[in-house]
Design a protein around this ligand. Structure first.
Ligand code: ZN
Ligand code: ZN
Length: 172
């Protein structure tokens, strides 16, 4: 038996064995480093997982089975993407009549000319149909609209009239 052992346990064999042991130790250390890094990136308690990873082989298998499902960076990215998409949805919509993609600021559908927005009679900003007051200049929408519109038009009419009279007076 010891003869057989000495036959197998040659210096070459010892060297090979040492190399294997060193490789295993390196793998073990690397697995701990990977577990700690991965658990940290996934936003979980990496120090707990470091202790788990100290158990050779079983530790890393346990971590692979039980690790938190998503990388923290991925989670952040996904949340950002969802927020971006929501903003995009808020910015763009569809024409209720023809389904043509329209931007939030459009007043008319460029395809079928359906009126999408009311215009503020005072500041002429686009208003949502549901709004009862202009959020830009606090002018009420609806009943006051026609009155203020007519007053502004009469004002402009008056202005053009005075301009005309001014022009005629300069002519004279
Ligand atoms: Zn349309
Ligand atoms: Zn306004």
């Amino acid at each position: 038996m010891s003869e057989l052992l000495s036959q197998i346990w040659t210096p070459q064999m010892q060297a090979a064995f040492t190399v294997v042991v060193v490789l295993l130790v390196i793998l073990y250390v690397l697995s701990i480093v990977w577990v700690v890094r991965d658990a940290y990136l996934r936003g979980s308690a990496w120090y707990v997982w470091a202790i788990v990873a100290l158990v050779p082989i079983v530790g890393i298998i346990a971590y692979c089975l039980l690790r938190p499902p998503m990388l923290r960076i991925d989670k952040d990215e996904q949340e950002l993407e969802v927020a971006l998409k929501q903003r995009e949805l808020m910015k763009y919509g569809e024409c209720a009549t023809c389904g043509y993609p329209v931007e939030m600021t459009y007043v008319l559908c460029p395809n079928c000319h359906t009126q999408l927005k009311n215009l503020c009679s005072h500041c002429e900003k686009a208003l949502e149909p549901a709004w009862t007051i202009c959020p830009y200049c606090a002018t009420p929408v609806g009943g006051q609209k026609s009155r203020s519109a007519s007053s502004s038009s009469s004002r402009s009419r008056r202005r053009t009239h005075s301009e005309r009279s001014h022009a005629s007076s300069s002519d004279a």
